[in-house]
Design a protein around this ligand. Sequence first.
Ligand code: PLP
Length: 436
Amino acid sequence: MSLQGEKDRILFDRAKAVIPYGVNSNFRYWGDDDTLIATRGKGAYIWDADGKRYIDYRLGFGPIILGHGYPAVVERVQEAIGDGTVFAWTTPYEIELCERIARMCKVDKVRLTNTGTEATMHALRIARAYTGREKFIKFEGQYHGMADYFMFSTASAHPGALGSRRNPINAPATSGIPKGISQYVINLPFNDFERLEKTIAAQWGDIAAIFIEPLLGNAAGIMPRPGFLEKIRELCDQYGIVMVFDEVKTGFRIANGGAQEYFGVRADLVTYAKSLGNGFPIAAIAGKEEVMMTIEPGAMAHGGTYSGNVVAAVAGIATLETLEALPVIETINRRGRALMDGIREVLTEADIPHYLPGLPPMFGIVLGIEEEPHDFRDYFRGDGELYERLVLELIQRGVQPDGDAREPWFLCYALSEEDVNETLNIFNDAIKAAKQ
Ligand SMILES: Cc1ncc(COP(=O)(O)O)c(C=O)c1O
């Protein structure tokens, strides 16, 4: 059975005629019969072309922290753009936004960009320029954007392609990357203290940076073991390695000050995007004075025609203002806890082993396991097929998480208690249908 209604299908056929696979990002392609067309979003809901409403837990892959079309953000952008959108001069909006980020996230300096990919790409260059080293460590199952260097052993990697835990292989996530790029990348299993220490002891002189999603936002929200982030901090200090928190998903979502505040660990560089603009394209690279000041006109490049443009900067200001003025994260946490508890209850009643990693604003559901997964390899012990069937049943009934269990459920401030209850009722029906 197809998820598409009549109008979805007609529009998707038009899309495929001019856009490869009918989508402008591969992650959005769910097959020819199940890729939907969104025509509207308001608060916690989105509608497809046939007018069907969905409670939205994808939230555009995470950015919608307040709600779709949040008036305080939309109106501020509308007011501002009549006076121009891009000037190739610094605007007061950029100054205000960077001051806010610096205060909320306790960072010294900030540069704005447009997407998470641009932010991580520049963070890597800064780290290399700062240290004079070329390699970097990332963790399996982590995704840091579309730049060639990061496209190894991401969440789309097949477990068999990762090699042994002792000697992990860089599994390319795409064709089209020059062979030589892989030599600069070291992928390690997350939460493996011993492997990390041994790798650094052997190769520290070549390692510019360690890139970390503080919780695995692209692998079901797997959490760091107690002390793991602190251990990375300690090793980075000891060996002069730049510690980079990729907070594209966690930033302005798990706390107003992101993962640095939540886990109480300070990185040298931090990348933000998604929730920073409640759905407007904005991102940032931020961090410690000494590291950020590696950026230097004529010497170390960071740039972009649209970096800090008025639409993005004003959306950022309005979003952060709302986060500080209203109990946004507190409310999302409350609703998320109720949802997680309810889901656990339904799954236990249905006699389905499960573990929900992550935090209430972004959590995963791994079916078929009972023990906590600690890395991307553990994740594969779960029952991904049952999860896919569950999601199809949920979507047919008007609840929309991502079809892939690696993508967390995201919550927004507009999600009400009634929405949570409706979701749980639907979840109860959907899991029964999926089990059959
Ligand atoms: C942790 C992380 N880093 C970077 C990116 C790339 O961000 P963008 O899609 O805005 O380029 C993503 C996207 O999902 C992400 O989750």
